[in-house]
Ligand binder design. Structure first.
Ligand code: HEM
Length: 159
């Protein structure tokens, strides 16, 4: 059995994630479409998102321990924000631009897993942004993302 690193280990360390999101939010705040969406974000926002993604990728559990967060809480931050597909696409574009600028690992396998997660996570953020109640149980564990498959298909909730 080969010793397969987590996506977090493959990417680097916590500084890798913190730098990635610091660079990303600098772009976001200057962006014509996303600037106003994030203009009131908290001083901890950047590190919280970095810690969240690092934890999902198999890294240290800083989001759920030090930051006191949970999957439900993360989802809760998007409720009612009325995000659009255009905004979602810009979010992904600026994050991938930041990744390239910083020289984040660019091998096909890592980038495939990375982009897969971004597509999944951002689409969920948009879905959650147009509802008024958090659908996630506070006890629900954090999502986990690895090198492999997503385990679909998507089953829409009954109206
Ligand atoms: C993989 C995708 C995403 C992840 C992991 C994520 C993660 C997070 C986290 C952890 C927070 C809470 C930050 C804090 O504690 O202060 C947050 C807040 C937020 N996110 Fe996301 N997010 C994602 C996608 C998006 C997208 C695509 C948008 C918009 C286009 C968005 C807009 C927001 C907004 C507006 C907030 C609240 C900001 C505020 O407090 O004013 N997110 N997100």
């Amino acid at each position: 059995m080969k010793n397969i690193p987590t996506l977090y280990e493959w990417a680097g360390d916590m500084r890798t994630f913190e730098e990635l999101f610091r660079t990303f939010y600098e772009k976001v705040l200057k962006d014509d479409l996303l600037g106003e969406v994030f203009e009131n974000m908290s001083p901890e926002h950047v590190s919280h998102v970095a810690h969240f993604v690092a934890e999902v990728f198999g890294g240290p559990q800083l989001y759920t321990s030090e930051d006191g967060g949970s999957h439900a809480q993360m989802v809760g931050h998007h409720i009612g924000k009325m995000l659009t597909e255009e905004k979602r696409q810009r979010w992904v574009y600026l994050l991938l631009q930041s990744a390239d600028e910083l020289g984040l690992k660019s091998d096909p396998e890592f980038r495939s897993a990375f982009v897969g997660y971004l597509e999944w996570g951002t689409r969920i953020a948009v879905i959650n942004s147009v509802i008024t109640e958090n659908p996630v149980n506070p006890e629900e564990p954090m999502p986990k993302w690895g090198w492999g498959e997503t385990g679909g298909p998507y089953i829409p909730t009954e109206e």
